[in-house]
Every structure is written in structure tokens, then in C-alpha cells.
Design a protein. Structure first.
Length: 368
């Protein structure tokens, strides 16, 4: 059985889904690995690094697609790549079915076994495959680094002969994986950090990292059984806005990370709230590609409003693609290992396995 991988469209995506390390691990399962030439040279990994561990290099993406039983991707294939997919191929990636509905339907019509890793269940056995967590961790870290670059002031408190430089104050909205990493990174860099989340369980996590937890008085716990945030009521939104007014006046940098699975990102910062911040402040909207938590945020732009920079980055992982690729490839290898049967020497699509059942897109339908 052959596992293949091709480059993404490098204009929008620099990550790769197989590294030399994970290629070696896949080969050790008893599988063969093929990739197209110059597969990862753009992130400093030469073809020879793959050949050393036993990977075969092909001359074109079409040659890889035509010769593999399982194709790994970062994002959904292009229309041309979909045309080249052969019957009963297995496709694995972060396919974003709600955004790529037509492509996904075309793939399934070709009798392709299609797995989208964003759909993994939140169970302990799936933790090593959790692509959303691994990439969100990096996003939380990078959001702080980028914000500090744009802030144009020192972050830690400094005591000098010329006087004392006060520590910057950072507010993190949303204390999921990205938010918690943003808190930890900002604290390590010397900032005074506070955070808010609608889930009551977040309080202990925020405080364990040295952050101050902000919440709406007498608010209910808005957490799903799967541990994600629920949508909030209009009454809660009003109370949240009042809490934010005071917080925004005091903070220098705001990192927005709040998301609701399968739905647009909640709008938390209105135009009025953003304008309460001091000139020179930063709003970094990690949720911008899902609609944004903040007014004035746009994908791929830095908008300046009353001296406040509102930052919306397009595919943040392109700013650290080598590390992001390393983690993603490890997640993907764990998934392949779970899918492959060494005894049968074949891929086993066992729908009694919750991981397989949840991630396999079984039929064409309207994705929401």
C-alpha cells in the first residue's frame, strides 16, 4: 500500500503533511511513501532528506495521485487534483467541509474515502491526532509575537536609571487552546495578563498560568458537553459589553480567539468598544477568517482606527510553516497508524471506531 503527498498551493499554504520523520514512521508500518519533487524545499527540507529514509520522489503531483492508495493533504484538493483522484483512494486532510461543500461533494461522488481531521471527536484516544489543538497552540503563540512587534513599546516592566517602564497589559478573549497559549506567551514576555471566556472551567486554567480571569457577574456556564463554548444570549452580550468597557480602557493589547464550532465567530468587540482603547493599542483577531471577534478586522489587513491597530492575518501558520508542518504531520501519522491494519496489511475503515466514524464524510450533503 502506498501513501502519497503533494505540495499545496504555495501562494496560500506553505505547510506540508509529511516530514522525513513521519515518512520514516509510515514506512516502518509496512507502507511505501511517495511525494512530488521539491515537496518541502520551500521550508528548508530537501528531497534528499526524504530519500534517506526511503521515500520515492515523483516528477509531478499527477504521478503521485495516480500511484497512491492514500493521499495526504493540508487543505482541500484543487479542482484539477480532484479530477486526478482515482476510485477508492483514501483522502486525509483538514478539508473544511462547511467551506468547501461543492468540492467535497465532487470528491465523494468519485467514490473517494474522505477523512476531514477537523471532525475528530474530543476523546483521549484522539489527542495525538488533534490537528486543531496543535495548530491553535502555535497560533496563540504567534499572535502575541506579532502583536508585540506592532505595539512599538517594551512589554516587561523595566527599572532603569532613567526611570521605570511599566509592563504592558494584555487581554485575551477566549481561553481555549490558542487563548491559553497566548496567555502563557504574554506572561513569559513580562506582560500583565487577563482573560475572559464564557466557560466557567476556564477560570482555573487562566489562573494557573498567572492570568486574571474576567467574567460577567452571575453568568451561567456556557459550555457544551464536548467542552466548546455555546452561543450566548442577548442579555449576556449586553453584560459582557459592559465588562469589556472597563477592561479595554486599561489594556494595551487584545488577542481575540473566541470560536464556536460550525458557526461564524461571535462578534464581541463592537466599533464603540474598540474605540475605547488608547491610541497605539493593538487588537489581534485570530478569529478573522471565521468572521472575526472584533469590528474593523479584515482578513489579511491591518486597519488603523483612532490610532488603534486592528490586525487580521490570513493563514497565520504560514508565518511558522516548518513547526506547523512538523506538528500536523505527527497528527496525521497517528491517524494513519490507527487506520492501517498490520495484520491485514491494508487500510481498515472500521465504522465501529469512533475516530473513523466521526471523521469519514460518508455522503454528499449540505454542510453548515
Amino acid at each position: 500500500m502506498i501513501v502519497g503527498s503533494i505540495k499545496e498551493d504555495l501562494k496560500s499554504e506553505k505547510r506540508v503533511s509529511i516530514t522525513p520523520e513521519t515518512a520514516k514512521n509510515i514506512i516502518n508500518l509496512g507502507l511505501k511513501v511517495i511525494i512530488e519533487n521539491d515537496y518541502a524545499t520551500h521550508i528548508g527540507i530537501a528531497d534528499k532528506d526524504y530519500e534517506i529514509v526511503g521515500v520515492e520522489i515523483k516528477n509531478s503531483p499527477k504521478e503521485v495521485i495516480n500511484n497512491c492508495n492514500l493521499l495526504t493533504k493540508v487543505n482541500c484538493p484543487s479542482d484539477d487534483e480532484i479530477k486526478d483522484l482515482k476510485d477508492k483512494t483514501i483522502l486525509i486532510g483538514m478539508l473544511n467541509p462547511s467551506k468547501n461543500q461543492n468540492k467535497i461533494n465532487n470528491i465523494i461522488k468519485k467514490n473517494i474515502n474522505t477523512f476531514s481531521l477537523e471532525l475528530l471527536p474530543r476523546i483521549s484516544r484522539a489527542q495525538s491526532m488533534d490537528v486543531l489543538s496543535s495548530q491553535s497552540n502555535l497560533a496563540g503563540y504567534r499572535s502575541v509575537v506579532d502583536s508585540i512587534y506592532e505595539f512599538e513599546k517594551a512589554v516587561p516592566m523595566m527599572m532603569t536609571a532613567a526611570g521605570t517602564v511599566p509592563a504592558a497589559k494584555v487581554l485575551v478573549i477566549g481561553a481555549g487552546v490558542a487563548g491559553l497559549q497566548a496567555i502563557a506567551t504574554a506572561k513569559r514576555l513580562g506582560a500583565i495578563v487577563s482573560a475572559t471566556d464564557v466557560r466557567a472551567a476556564s477560570k482555573e486554567q487562566v489562573e494557573s498560568l498567572g492570568g486574571k480571569f474576567l467574567t460577567v457577574d452571575k453568568s451561567e456556564n456556557l459550555e457544551t458537553e464536548g467542552g466548546y463554548a455555546k452561543e450566548v444570549s442577548e442579555d449576556f452580550k449586553k453584560k459582557q459589553a459592559e465588562m469589556m468597557k472597563d477592561a479595554l480602557k486599561k489594556n494595551d493589547i487584545v488577542i481575540c480567539t473566541a470560536l464556536i464550532p460550525g458557526k461564524p465567530a461571535p462578534r464581541i468587540l463592537s466599533e464603540e468598544l474598540v474605540k475605547l482603547m488608547k491610541p497605539g493599542s493593538i487588537v489581534y483577531d485570530l478569529a478573522v477568517e471565521q468572521g472575526g471577534n472584533s469590528a474593523f478586522s479584515e482578513v489579511g489587513k491591518i486597519n488603523v482606527v483612532n490610532g488603534i491597530k486592528v490586525i487580521g492575518v490570513n493563514n497565520l501558520m504560514n508565518r511558522l510553516p516548518k513547526t506547523a508542518s512538523s506538528l500536523y504531520a505527527k497528527n496525521l501519522f497517528s491517524f494513519i497508524r490507527n487506520l492501517f491494519s498490520k495484520e491485514k496489511k491494508n487500510f481498515n475503515i472500521n465504522l465501529e471506531d469512533e475516530i473513523i466514524e466521526k471523521t469519514l464524510i460518508k455522503e454528499t450533503k449540505k454542510w453548515k
